[in-house]
Design a protein around this ligand. Structure first.
Ligand SMILES: [Zn+2]
Ligand SMILES: [Zn+2]
Length: 368
């Protein structure tokens, strides 16, 4: 039996359901341009069927948000754009029919998949992220860097009572993404899994979700701080890729029977990490591809066949994955590590991110 959900601290702002006339939003007006914090209208009177207005209090910042404004991905984002897809807040208004999914006052999360048709082959099988009509928060649909966001009610995630909105927000993309990646690794309890980038923004959550699933986690990262964090969060072994001369051999030796781990989840963006993983995985092992932006993975065809390896791409999770990832955190099994800043700091955060100066996750208090 899972432990009962405990009550988390409730932000006084969660109780304020009155809608003001104006809000603050971070808006990017052109591809490659800057983001500015502006006063913006709130669309409370224009809610369409199935839409809900969410009073957002916190939003995480993801690397994808930077790609959206830079416009360096193969798919262009809408412009002007309000970015962000890790939003946590409270439902304050409902369009017609939205009450089938949420009620006023519900604590909810806005994730990357803003909407999907729920009728196509992919949606019917729970693969909503692959729906040809999927909308993405902060990319094709205005996102969470605003105080009042319009959301498709059927795709909102419910944030359990045991989880405060601030800690929930980084789970809505980073958490759900790695939780799904752990599922794609098809691990059995006791199996060995390597998390590459175990001390990073995605990796530190992957370590926790994998050990919660009963896997034996081997962390790969570099530096004593990341080593300490990896061990503290559940890695049974840690390998520093900068100190280790023969990484492939070291990982094999760290696996329980010396034949290599059952799965490797790459939550880092180094092409070498993918190649090494294919070398140290045991026969029938699974490589889960999560870390972007690596352009190609080089896989030797002979060894891929001979070792019967699986190479699996993992995008984000579906609605059920999001709910499970949040529930596990509410039960105290997973905790995101992040730093909280204000919405007004977003231009600086983007700048630092662009220059590789951000370590770990950033959460924005949208009232600051
Ligand atoms: Zn993201
Ligand atoms: Zn669909």
């Amino acid at each position: 039996m899972p432990a009962a959900l405990s009550k988390a601290k409730v932000d006084a702002r969660e109780k304020e359901l009155k809608i003001p006339n104006e809000q603050k939003a971070a808006i990017c007006r052109e591809k490659g341009g800057k983001v500015t914090i502006e006063n913006a209208p709130i669309r409370s009177n224009e809610l369409k069927r199935g839409e809900a207005l969410v009073r957002l209090i916190y939003s995480g910042v993801c690397h994808t948000d930077l790609h959206a404004i830079l416009g360096d991905w193969p798919i262009d984002a809408k412009m002007p754009l309000i970015g962000g897809h890790e939003g946590a807040g409270v439902v304050v208004a409902l369009g017609e029919g939205a009450d089938e999914f949420v009620k006023k006052g519900d604590r909810v999360g806005i994730k990357w998949i803003a909407d999907s048709c729920l009728k196509c082959d992919f949606c019917r099988r729970g693969h909503e992220p692959n729906c040809p009509d999927a909308q993405c928060s902060g990319y094709t649909w205005d996102g969470t860097f605003q105080q009042y966001a319009v959301a498709s009610a059927r795709h909102l995630s419910h944030i359990p009572d045991g989880l405060d909105l601030e800690s929930a927000s980084p789970l809505l993309c980073a958490g759900v993404t790695v939780y799904r990646a752990v599922k794609e690794a098809k691990l059995l309890p006791g199996n060995d899994v390597v998390i590459i980038g175990s001390g990073g923004g995605l990796g530190h959550l992957a370590v926790q979700y994998a050990s919660n699933a009963g896997a034996r986690v081997i962390g790969i990262d570099t530096g004593s701080e990341k080593e300490k964090l990896s061990i503290q969060l559940g890695c049974e072994k840690f390998i520093d890729f900068q100190k280790e001369k023969d990484l492939v051999q070291a990982v094999k030796e760290a696996s329980s029977d010396g034949h290599g781990p059952h799965a490797a989840i790459v939550a880092a963006s180094s092409p070498k990490a993918y190649e090494q993983a294919l070398d140290y995985l045991r026969p029938r092992g699974t490589l889960v591809v999560v870390g972007l932006p690596v352009t190609d993975i080089k896989a030797n065809v002979f060894w891929t066949v001979f070792k019967s390896l699986n190479i699996v791409g993992s995008y984000v999770g579906n609605r059920q994955d999001a709910q499970e990832a949040l529930d596990i955190a509410a039960r105290g099994k997973v905790k995101a590590i992040y730093k909280t800043l204000g919405l007004s700091d977003l231009p600086q955060v983007y700048d630092d991110m662009h220059h590789g100066k951000i370590a770990g996750r950033i959460v924005l208090d949208l009232d600051k």
